[in-house]
Design a binder for this molecule. Structure first.
Ligand SMILES: *Cc1c(COP(=O)(O)O)cnc(C)c1O
Length: 360
């Protein structure tokens, strides 16, 4: 990993905050210029939060089996993705590979960091295109210079917006083909029957797995994303991230939900059942042409006229995601599985859709 890091990161003298300088337990803390008063109760809101999310990471280890020394908690996965760009990719020089149609954030963070994006599209049925990948990687190795290299490759599994996960042996194959940092974004892992890429990390130390509490764990509001990687990579990320990147209330609420996980388990079961019901019901609706197999909490649905249907639904107060402009997603809407009332409202509205939008 060291040889892939940017020099400025490899040589960084990290910011040393008060919470890092003194690690023991004391009675009087006059080291961080905090206010001694807590105006909003007795929850230590006047104190800076734990920069390393120690208690939360212990729970992530116990409840989700994410090994303590192999995790960094971020302000959502988004922060982790941005950190990876800033750790490895030299602006204006290095590049990354993404596999469209995929999560839009990879490209946005590449653009923000002035990092070139190479697209190796999935196949039309949303499988990994190994022929194209092998060909591209061969070419990249030939053209690589000291000043320009492909540093990272993003796989989203289950993939957003297509919904499908990739079998573990295929992820393993990508790891063995690519000599940079392979990132497997498992935001929708809980909804999928496929095995996690975590088991490959021993064999591939440059494999980074991303998880989040935003989806199955229903904490999108708290902003808790998790990077699972080698101890070495985690130590570097911990040294370059914003020191207090995860607010105290978010650490506390995440801990609470992890410790009382049974409602989440029950919720997962009901989302999977609702997904199945939605697939069946949607298929009966005339404007629906195809539903792509989903290993996540949403369905990618091909309809006769996605833009007209999107507008019609919106006019009726129902918002879905129009993905028509994404690669191989012509006339596709991405529909999140909601609660019973929400799902039924969507189905009723789609049944009433006559192929043209009201007025517009
Ligand atoms: C929703 C989602 C995330 C979660 O991002 P957070 O910043 O953790 O909320 C990550 N990756 C993908 C592919 C997603 O769809």
């Amino acid at each position: 990993m060291k040889e892939l890091l940017r020099d400025n990161i490899a040589n960084l003298i990290p910011y040393s905050c008060a919470r890092n300088d003194f690690k023991g337990k004391a009675d009087v803390y006059l080291d961080a210029n905090e206010n001694w008063r807590d105006y909003v109760g007795d929850k230590n809101r006047n104190r800076y939060p734990d920069p390393l999310c120690t208690v939360l990471r212990t729970a992530l280890d116990e409840v989700l089996g994410l090994p303590f020394s192999h995790t960094v908690v971020g302000n959502g996965s988004d922060e982790i993705i941005d950190n990876l760009f800033r750790m490895f990719c030299r602006p204006g020089k290095d590049s990354v590979i993404i596999m469209p149609p995929t999560y839009g954030a990879y490209r946005v963070f590449a653009d923000i960091n002035d990092v070139a994006v190479r697209e190796i599209s999935l196949t039309e049925d949303f499988a990994l295109d190994f022929d194209a990948l092998i060909q591209y990687l061969k070419q990249e190795k030939l053209e690589r210079t000291a000043d320009s290299r492909c540093k990272m490759l993003f796989i989203c599994s289950p993939n957003n917006p297509s919904g499908n996960a990739f079998p573990l042996d295929q992820i393993e194959r990508v790891c063995s083909l690519f000599d940079g940092i392979t990132i497997v974004d498992e935001a929708y892992f809980d909804f999928s029957p496929y095995a996690s890429a975590l088991t490959l990390q021993e064999k591939f130390p440059n494999l980074v797995v991303l998880r989040t509490l935003s989806k199955c764990w229903a904490l999108a509001n708290a902003r808790v994303g998790i990077c699972i990687a080698s101890e070495e990579l985690c130590a570097v990320m911990a040294s370059m991230k914003y020191p207090y990147n995860v607010p105290g209330p978010s650490q506390e609420i995440a801990l609470e939900v992890l410790k009382e996980a049974s409602p989440v388990k029950a919720g997962l079961t009901s989302i999977l059942a609702a997904r199945k019901m939605m697939e069946k019901e949607l298929l009966q609706i005339p404007c629906v042409e195809k539903i792509f197999p989903s290993d996540s909490n949403f369905l990618l649905v091909r309809v006769s006229d996605a833009t007209a249907l999107y507008r019609y639904l919106a006019e009726n107060g129902i918002i879905v995601r129009n993905r028509s402009k994404e690669k191989y997603c012509a006339n596709c809407l991405r529909i999140t599985v909601g609660n019973e009332a929400e799902n039924n409202a969507l189905l009723t509205c789609m049944r009433e859709f006559k192929g043209v939008s009201n007025g517009k």
